[in-house]
Each structure stands twice: as structure tokens, then as C-alpha cells.
Design a binder for this molecule. Structure first.
Ligand code: GLU
Length: 511
């Protein structure tokens, strides 16, 4: 594929390794990837690991594995060679130190000494208290107290460094999705940007890195939109050009914004793959539930992006071709499990050969485990017939759609109208069962079966009700593929057995 050449576009995905990557993060990675590919740009993976308190071991491995599973390849970044190395923030501490010193020197950042506890008390006392350009003059910081004291406190590591936001200034920026945004700096707080243990906070490190790594477009979740003015102030303080901002709508489930901390998600998976890493034990993932990675890509692309065409199934190449930022919605999006299953179902059928194999292997394994013997040829035939009904490639779903080929139903779900019909037409039905019995005893072929049922239809006003009864006696309920297809596969003895089994039930229970 050839796209408009724009050498300069550089986007990044900058997750924090604070737990397993969820679908929200992966969607951000995907949109960055798509945007880079569309514009012939570079997609960079950077690990934002400055928050050591929330660091969770193995989250980077999980992240890399998830990207791999989805085939979202990055051009540059963590674990790869690149001009802007290192791509993990904990290895860039010297760089941040240099820049924080610059801000301090220019009096654009300052040391603040009040303890968290003290500030929390102020918050309790004054409802709208924030540490900012209006309140800082009343607080303990290097702008107010004498030098001797400052030196002592810094020596004792009893400080944080805060950004000195300008007083009463309007910060305006354009977000490619949310448009023009303006905010008065009096409403912003003087955010902590550096800690006494020589580590930057996210806000500071992220701006420094985006600048030094020549990031042209910051594409990330909307939860960062409110922090963007602060980032812009930092860019301005260094006289750096700001990148373009693209904030993606939030992804919600029934309980609110999805996040690693909100795992109770009404059974909608939020993690892409299963993992048994220490500290990262992910269950109920898209992978385990039987989603295909290419379907997940399609599902995620539709989380916020709505192209102006009458189709919702597109592979990654088509997505890249169609993608424009204009088609990204402002409103939050909901994870819709039913729709996700429908999309997955479409993908199962797009790559039938491969997916039939996967279904075959799962089913065969299960049958062996359950001591049910069948041959591969028959199994393939069955899979070909049921694949159109399978939404997820997992054994529950496969078995739900195929059990009646292998076992005789023990429970029968008979709708009320059919029950009533059976009770008042028992003799007639038993009579038809007798005919069926005699017919199947001859081990009929396809043609003969079709002919038999045609005749039956001509001589029976209740033919369709009768077919329903046959379906129930074969499957146990009113579902499944065409009855004729089932007849062609089931051994005639098996059919006869099921007819007699059901006849017995009718005679005994519907007296
Ligand atoms: N480290 C931040 C996160 O985990 C990145 C936010 C950004 O893209 O600027 O979401």
C-alpha cells in the first residue's frame, strides 16, 4: 500500500507498567500505529516507568506480548534500536535532572516543603483549596522562605519540585478531536513535576521525552486532556514547539471508565491475552474467550472511530486506508460484547480454513478427553456445517453448537404450544414416529430422505410442527443447523434410537 508521504510524523505509545495492558491502552497503541502507517510515519514505544510505587513487575512483558498478539508492530522504541535511546524513562533520569535544573534556575519551578498531610488538612478546611499561583505565597516553598532553611530542607530530601504556573493567563490549545480548549491558569494547580528521589513525575518526563524524541502528534486517551494545559506550560517554559494533540474518547463499560482497577466489568473482557506471569495473572481475556486478534483490531478500531461508510468489518489495511481523524467521535464509547462477538464471528468465517482447523483441534481434544470416538473426516464435515454459527473459538461455544452429533440429549426444552400439540395429537405423532422408524431402518441416502419428507409434507397439515418435534428429539431443543444436514451425518441407528427415546418420553410423561 502507498500512502501520502509525510516523513515527519512521529507518534508514540507511552504506557506505564503499572499492571496488565487493557483494551483502552491497546486501543491507544492501535490508533497511534494506524496514524503512523497512514502517514508513512514512525510509531514509537516508550515505557513511562517513573512511578516506582505503582510499578508492577512483568507488565512490560505482558504489554509486548499483547502488541505482538495483535500484530501491532512498532518501528522504534523499547527493546529495539533507535536514535533516541533509551526508550524507558527510568534510564533517562540524568536527562530529566538537567531540564529540571534549568527550570529551577529560571525560577519556573520551585521547591515545595509542605507535607502531604498538611496539604490534606488545608483541603479539608478550605473546600476548593489547590496548590497554585494564588495559594503558593501562603505555603512553605522556596519562593517564600529564607535560603538557609531551603538549603537544609533540600539536603534532608524533604521536598518536591512544583511547576510555577503563570498567574492569570489563558492557555489555549487545539485538540484535533475536541477542538479549541482554553483555561485560565488560576484554575490549574502547580503540579509536582519532580521528586526528592531524583525522579520526574509523568507530566514532566512525558513532555521532555516527547520533545527530545521529536514526537509530532500525541495521540492518547481523553483522561489526559485536562493535563494538557500543564504540559503546554512546560513546552512554553522551554520555548519548545508543542506537538499536535489528539485525545481519544473514553471507553466505558456498564460500571464506568474501564481501567485496570475496575475489573468487575460484567464479564466483558478488558484484557487482550491470557497470562500467567508472576504479578500479572490475567483471566477472562479476549484470547481465552476465543476472539481472533484480527477481529480484536477491528473491534478496537470502532471504539471511537466511525468511518462514513456502510460497513463495519475491515481488516487493518482497510482501516489504515479509510482512517481519518475527522471520523473520531467526541463522545465516550461503550464496549459492546454482543457486537464484539458478531465481529469475531465474521472473522472466523473470513479465514475459514485456518479457523476450522482451530475448531477441529479444540473439539477433537475435548472428544478424546470425554471418551467420545469419531473420525476426522466426519469431524471436519460437522465443523463445516456448524462454523457459521460459531462466534467465539472456545470449546464451550463449539460444544454448544455441536454436542447433538455426539451425544443423545437428556433434557428436552419443549415450548408450551408444542407440548399442547403433543398432548392432543399423541396418536398421530406416534404413528409418524413409526413411519420414520421404518424409513430410517433402511439406512436411506440423501435423495431418499428428501423425497420422504416431501411426501410427509404433502400428507400432513401439521408438517412444520412435526419437524419441530423431530428437531427437539434429535437436539433437545429448537436450535441447530438444518435437520437434513443432521440426518446425513447421524448414523441411522442413532436417529432411530433418538426417535424411540422420545416416543418413550411422550408415552410416559404426556399421558
Ligand atoms: N504514561 C501515560 C499512561 O500510562 C501516558 C499518557 C500519555 O500518552 O501522555 O497512560
Amino acid at each position: 500500500m502507498k500512502y501520502k508521504l509525510n516523513k515527519y510524523i512521529r507518534v508514540r505509545f507511552a504506557p506505564s507498567p503499572t499492571g496488565p495492558l487493557h483494551i483502552g491502552g491497546l486501543r491507544t497503541a492501535l490508533f497511534n500505529y494506524i496514524y503512523a502507517k497512514k502517514n508513512n510515519g514512525k510509531f514509537i514505544l516508550r515505557i513511562d516507568d517513573t512511578d516506582k510505587k505503582r510499578f508492577i513487575k512483568n507488565s512490560i512483558n505482558y504489554l509486548i506480548d499483547s502488541l505482538k498478539w495483535c500484530n501491532i508492530k512498532y518501528d522504534e522504541g523499547y527493546g529495539k534500536k533507535g536514535k533516541y535511546k533509551p526508550y524507558i524513562q527510568s534510564k533517562r533520569l540524568k536527562i530529566y535532572k538537567k531540564y529540571i535544573n534549568k527550570l529551577i534556575k529560571n525560577k519556573l519551578a520551585y521547591y515545595a516543603f509542605d507535607k502531604k498531610k498538611t496539604l490534606n488538612l488545608y483541603k479539608k478546611k478550605y473546600k476548593y483549596f489547590i496548590y497554585n499561583c494564588l495559594t503558593r505565597k501562603y505555603l512553605n516553598n522556596s519562593l517564600n522562605i529564607n535560603n538557609k532553611k531551603i538549603i537544609k530542607l533540600i539536603k534532608n530530601n524533604k521536598y518536591v519540585i512544583r511547576l510555577k504556573t503563570p498567574y492569570n493567563k489563558i492557555i489555549t490549545f487545539y485538540d484535533k478531536i475536541y477542538g479549541k480548549i482554553s483555561i485560565n491558569t488560576n484554575k490549574l494547580d502547580d503540579k509536582i513535576i519532580y521528586r526528592s528521589n531524583n525522579t520526574p513525575t509523568y507530566h514532566f518526563a512525558n513532555v521532555i521525552d516527547d520533545h527530545l524524541m521529536n514526537i509530532t502528534h500525541v495521540i492518547r486517551g481523553k483522561e489526559w486532556l485536562s493535563s494538557t494545559p500543564l504540559h503546554i506550560i512546560i513546552y512554553n517554559y522551554f520555548n519548545w514547539k508543542t506537538p499536535k494533540f489528539v485525545h481519544l474518547p473514553l471507553i466505558l463499560n456498564k460500571k464506568g471508565k474501564i481501567s485496570k482497577r475496575n475489573l468487575n466489568n460484567n464479564n466483558i473482557p478488558i484484557f487482550p491475552i491470557k497470562s500467567n506471569y508472576k504479578n500479572i495473572n490475567v483471566k477472562n481475556s479476549y484470547e481465552e474467550l476465543g476472539f481472533l486478534p484480527e477481529a480484536l483490531i477491528n473491534i478496537m478500531a470502532l471504539l471511537g472511530w466511525q468511518p462514513n461508510i456502510n460497513n463495519e468489518i475491515f481488516n487493518i489495511n482497510t482501516i489504515i486506508k479509510l482512517f481519518t481523524l475527522k471520523d473520531i467521535n467526541k463522545s465516550d464509547v461503550h464496549l459492546n460484547f454482543k457486537k464484539s462477538c458478531w465481529i469475531n464471528h465474521k472473522y472466523i468465517n473470513i479465514n475459514k480454513i485456518n479457523n476450522n482447523k482451530k475448531i477441529f483441534n479444540l473439539l477433537k481434544k475435548f472428544l478424546i478427553y470425554s471418551h467420545i470416538y469419531t473420525n476426522d473426516k466426519l469431524l471436519n464435515k460437522i465443523i463445516n456445517l456448524i462454523v457459521n454459527r460459531i462466534k467465539l473459538i472456545n470449546i464451550n461455544e463449539i460444544w454448544y453448537n455441536s454436542y447433538y452429533f455426539f451425544i443423545i440429549p437428556k433434557k428436552f426444552y419443549i415450548p408450551l404450544n408444542i407440548k399442547k400439540y403433543i398432548i392432543s395429537n399423541k396418536k398421530k405423532i406416534i404413528n409418524y414416529f413409526f413411519k420414520l422408524n421404518c424409513f430410517f431402518k433402511k439406512n436411506p441416502n440423501k435423495k431418499q430422505i428428501i423425497l420422504f419428507f416431501k411426501n410427509l409434507q404433502n400428507n400432513n397439515n401439521d408438517y412444520y410442527l412435526f419437524l419441530k418435534i423431530i428437531r427437539i428429539l434429535i437436539i433437545g431443543e429448537l436450535k441447530g443447523i438444518s435437520l437434513f444436514d443432521i440426518f446425513y451425518i447421524l448414523n441411522y441407528k442413532n436417529i432411530i434410537f433418538r426417535i424411540n427415546n422420545f416416543k418413550y418420553i411422550i408415552l410416559n410423561y404426556y399421558k
